[in-house]
Design a binder for this molecule. Structure first.
Ligand code: ZN
Length: 224
Protein backbone atom coordinates (compact mmCIF):
# COMPACT_ATOMS: atom_id res chain seq x y z
CA UNK A 1 0.00 0.00 0.00
CA UNK A 2 1.24 3.47 -0.80
CA UNK A 3 1.83 6.11 1.83
CA UNK A 4 -1.20 8.25 2.47
CA UNK A 5 -0.12 11.85 2.92
CA UNK A 6 -3.54 13.23 3.84
CA UNK A 7 -4.80 10.80 6.47
CA UNK A 8 -3.59 8.42 9.10
CA UNK A 9 -5.49 5.42 10.39
CA UNK A 10 -6.69 5.74 13.97
CA UNK A 11 -7.24 2.49 15.88
CA UNK A 12 -10.60 2.18 17.62
CA UNK A 13 -12.11 -0.51 19.83
CA UNK A 14 -15.89 -0.39 19.44
CA UNK A 15 -17.73 0.29 22.72
CA UNK A 16 -20.62 -1.82 21.56
CA UNK A 17 -19.27 -4.96 19.80
CA UNK A 18 -15.73 -4.66 21.21
CA UNK A 19 -14.19 -5.36 17.80
CA UNK A 20 -11.24 -3.34 16.62
CA UNK A 21 -11.16 -1.23 13.46
CA UNK A 22 -9.26 1.67 11.97
CA UNK A 23 -10.75 4.93 10.75
CA UNK A 24 -9.23 7.89 8.90
CA UNK A 25 -8.16 11.07 10.65
CA UNK A 26 -6.71 14.08 8.84
CA UNK A 27 -2.97 14.47 9.34
CA UNK A 28 -2.22 17.65 11.31
CA UNK A 29 -0.18 19.17 8.48
CA UNK A 30 -3.02 18.78 5.96
CA UNK A 31 -5.31 21.49 7.29
CA UNK A 32 -5.03 24.94 8.76
CA UNK A 33 -7.58 26.89 10.79
CA UNK A 34 -8.24 30.03 8.76
CA UNK A 35 -11.01 31.62 10.83
CA UNK A 36 -14.56 31.07 11.96
CA UNK A 37 -18.08 31.91 10.89
CA UNK A 38 -20.29 34.02 13.18
CA UNK A 39 -21.71 30.87 14.78
CA UNK A 40 -18.19 29.53 15.45
CA UNK A 41 -18.14 27.19 12.46
CA UNK A 42 -14.41 26.68 11.96
CA UNK A 43 -13.14 27.56 8.50
CA UNK A 44 -10.25 25.40 7.31
CA UNK A 45 -7.77 25.62 4.51
CA UNK A 46 -6.88 22.24 3.04
CA UNK A 47 -8.83 19.26 4.34
CA UNK A 48 -11.61 19.47 6.93
CA UNK A 49 -10.95 17.52 10.15
CA UNK A 50 -14.61 17.95 11.16
CA UNK A 51 -15.50 15.28 8.56
CA UNK A 52 -13.62 12.67 10.62
CA UNK A 53 -14.68 13.45 14.19
CA UNK A 54 -17.16 10.57 14.41
CA UNK A 55 -15.89 6.98 14.32
CA UNK A 56 -18.45 4.55 12.89
CA UNK A 57 -17.87 0.85 13.57
CA UNK A 58 -17.96 -1.06 10.25
CA UNK A 59 -18.96 -4.25 12.11
CA UNK A 60 -22.05 -3.15 14.06
CA UNK A 61 -22.71 0.49 13.08
CA UNK A 62 -22.17 2.03 16.53
CA UNK A 63 -21.08 5.67 16.14
CA UNK A 64 -18.77 7.34 18.63
CA UNK A 65 -17.75 10.95 19.24
CA UNK A 66 -15.31 11.97 21.95
CA UNK A 67 -17.87 14.26 23.64
CA UNK A 68 -20.17 11.31 24.46
CA UNK A 69 -20.38 10.21 28.09
CA UNK A 70 -23.02 7.45 28.08
CA UNK A 71 -20.88 4.83 26.46
CA UNK A 72 -21.11 1.92 28.92
CA UNK A 73 -23.33 -0.43 30.91
CA UNK A 74 -27.06 0.25 30.90
CA UNK A 75 -26.76 2.85 28.15
CA UNK A 76 -25.43 0.18 25.79
CA UNK A 77 -28.67 -1.79 26.26
CA UNK A 78 -30.67 1.29 25.22
CA UNK A 79 -28.36 1.71 22.23
CA UNK A 80 -28.81 -1.94 21.28
CA UNK A 81 -32.63 -1.79 21.45
CA UNK A 82 -33.23 1.58 19.87
CA UNK A 83 -30.28 2.02 17.53
CA UNK A 84 -28.29 -1.12 16.61
CA UNK A 85 -31.36 -3.32 16.04
CA UNK A 86 -33.02 -0.63 13.94
CA UNK A 87 -30.11 0.01 11.58
CA UNK A 88 -31.06 -0.91 8.02
CA UNK A 89 -27.46 -1.43 6.97
CA UNK A 90 -24.02 -0.82 8.40
CA UNK A 91 -22.17 1.80 6.40
CA UNK A 92 -18.42 1.70 5.88
CA UNK A 93 -17.28 5.23 6.71
CA UNK A 94 -13.73 4.39 7.71
CA UNK A 95 -11.87 5.87 4.73
CA UNK A 96 -11.99 9.21 2.94
CA UNK A 97 -15.43 10.83 3.40
CA UNK A 98 -17.52 13.02 1.14
CA UNK A 99 -19.53 15.81 2.82
CA UNK A 100 -22.60 13.57 2.55
CA UNK A 101 -20.75 10.78 4.33
CA UNK A 102 -19.51 13.18 7.01
CA UNK A 103 -23.14 14.27 7.52
CA UNK A 104 -24.22 10.61 7.75
CA UNK A 105 -21.54 9.93 10.39
CA UNK A 106 -22.78 12.83 12.55
CA UNK A 107 -26.41 11.82 12.05
CA UNK A 108 -25.55 8.35 13.38
CA UNK A 109 -23.75 9.88 16.39
CA UNK A 110 -26.78 12.14 16.95
CA UNK A 111 -29.06 9.07 16.98
CA UNK A 112 -26.81 7.19 19.40
CA UNK A 113 -26.70 10.25 21.68
CA UNK A 114 -30.50 10.58 21.53
CA UNK A 115 -31.24 6.97 22.44
CA UNK A 116 -28.67 6.98 25.26
CA UNK A 117 -30.21 10.23 26.55
CA UNK A 118 -27.03 12.28 26.49
CA UNK A 119 -27.23 15.83 27.90
CA UNK A 120 -28.97 18.38 25.61
CA UNK A 121 -25.71 20.31 25.23
CA UNK A 122 -24.00 17.31 23.61
CA UNK A 123 -26.95 16.85 21.24
CA UNK A 124 -27.01 20.60 20.49
CA UNK A 125 -23.37 20.52 19.45
CA UNK A 126 -24.04 17.59 17.09
CA UNK A 127 -27.03 19.36 15.53
CA UNK A 128 -24.86 22.45 15.09
CA UNK A 129 -22.10 20.50 13.35
CA UNK A 130 -24.61 18.82 11.02
CA UNK A 131 -25.96 22.29 10.15
CA UNK A 132 -22.41 23.47 9.37
CA UNK A 133 -21.82 20.50 7.07
CA UNK A 134 -25.04 21.26 5.19
CA UNK A 135 -23.85 24.87 4.89
CA UNK A 136 -20.76 23.64 3.04
CA UNK A 137 -22.96 22.14 0.33
CA UNK A 138 -25.43 25.07 0.33
CA UNK A 139 -28.37 22.94 1.46
CA UNK A 140 -30.13 25.78 3.26
CA UNK A 141 -33.30 23.86 4.07
CA UNK A 142 -31.46 21.04 5.86
CA UNK A 143 -29.09 23.52 7.50
CA UNK A 144 -32.04 25.44 8.94
CA UNK A 145 -33.74 22.25 10.14
CA UNK A 146 -30.66 21.41 12.21
CA UNK A 147 -30.21 25.00 13.38
CA UNK A 148 -33.78 24.85 14.72
CA UNK A 149 -32.98 21.60 16.54
CA UNK A 150 -29.74 23.07 17.90
CA UNK A 151 -31.53 26.15 19.25
CA UNK A 152 -34.18 24.02 21.00
CA UNK A 153 -31.44 21.90 22.55
CA UNK A 154 -29.31 24.89 23.59
CA UNK A 155 -32.42 26.29 25.29
CA UNK A 156 -32.64 23.09 27.34
CA UNK A 157 -28.91 22.99 28.10
CA UNK A 158 -27.49 23.50 31.54
CA UNK A 159 -23.92 24.25 32.39
CA UNK A 160 -22.06 25.35 35.48
CA UNK A 161 -19.40 27.19 33.54
CA UNK A 162 -19.93 30.93 32.97
CA UNK A 163 -17.96 30.81 29.71
CA UNK A 164 -20.08 27.95 28.41
CA UNK A 165 -23.32 29.66 29.52
CA UNK A 166 -22.39 32.84 27.64
CA UNK A 167 -21.46 30.82 24.58
CA UNK A 168 -24.88 29.13 24.68
CA UNK A 169 -26.66 32.50 25.06
CA UNK A 170 -24.69 33.89 22.16
CA UNK A 171 -25.45 30.88 19.95
CA UNK A 172 -29.18 31.00 20.70
CA UNK A 173 -29.24 34.66 19.57
CA UNK A 174 -27.02 33.93 16.57
CA UNK A 175 -29.19 31.02 15.41
CA UNK A 176 -32.30 33.18 15.80
CA UNK A 177 -30.68 35.80 13.56
CA UNK A 178 -29.86 33.16 10.95
CA UNK A 179 -33.40 31.80 11.07
CA UNK A 180 -34.87 35.27 10.63
CA UNK A 181 -36.30 35.54 14.17
CA UNK A 182 -34.97 39.05 14.46
CA UNK A 183 -36.80 40.10 17.64
CA UNK A 184 -35.52 37.02 19.51
CA UNK A 185 -32.02 37.66 18.22
CA UNK A 186 -32.18 41.30 19.27
CA UNK A 187 -33.33 40.38 22.78
CA UNK A 188 -30.58 37.75 23.12
CA UNK A 189 -27.79 39.99 21.87
CA UNK A 190 -28.87 42.95 23.99
CA UNK A 191 -28.87 40.78 27.12
CA UNK A 192 -25.23 39.98 26.37
CA UNK A 193 -24.37 43.57 25.44
CA UNK A 194 -25.96 45.17 28.52
CA UNK A 195 -25.54 42.39 31.13
CA UNK A 196 -23.33 43.59 33.98
CA UNK A 197 -21.76 40.18 34.58
CA UNK A 198 -21.07 39.36 30.94
CA UNK A 199 -17.43 38.82 29.93
CA UNK A 200 -15.83 41.22 27.47
CA UNK A 201 -15.33 38.37 25.04
CA UNK A 202 -19.03 37.60 24.56
CA UNK A 203 -20.13 41.22 25.01
CA UNK A 204 -17.86 42.10 22.09
CA UNK A 205 -18.98 39.15 19.95
CA UNK A 206 -22.62 40.11 20.51
CA UNK A 207 -22.02 43.80 19.88
CA UNK A 208 -20.08 43.15 16.67
CA UNK A 209 -22.61 40.67 15.34
CA UNK A 210 -25.60 42.89 16.04
CA UNK A 211 -23.84 46.00 14.65
CA UNK A 212 -22.83 44.11 11.49
CA UNK A 213 -26.38 42.85 11.06
CA UNK A 214 -27.86 46.34 11.48
CA UNK A 215 -25.32 47.76 9.04
CA UNK A 216 -26.08 45.09 6.42
CA UNK A 217 -29.83 45.50 6.80
CA UNK A 218 -30.14 49.22 7.40
CA UNK A 219 -32.05 49.83 4.20
CA UNK A 220 -34.47 47.05 5.14
CA UNK A 221 -35.06 47.53 8.84
CA UNK A 222 -33.85 51.12 9.26
CA UNK A 223 -35.81 54.27 8.62
CA UNK A 224 -33.74 55.58 5.73
ZN1 ZN B 1 -19.02 -2.32 16.73
Amino acid sequence: MSMNYDYYESKVVCNFCKKQYTTYKVRPGRYKAAGQDSDFMPIYEGLNPLFYEVAVCPHCGYAFHKSMTRTYGPFMSLIEEDYIKKLQKVMDLCKERTVAEAIASFQLAYLVAKVSMEEPLILANFAMKIAWLYRLIHDKESENRYLHAARDLFNKSHTKSKESEERIQYLIAEISLRLGDIEDAKRGFSRLITGKEVSNKYRNYAKKRWDDFKYDHQTVVGEG
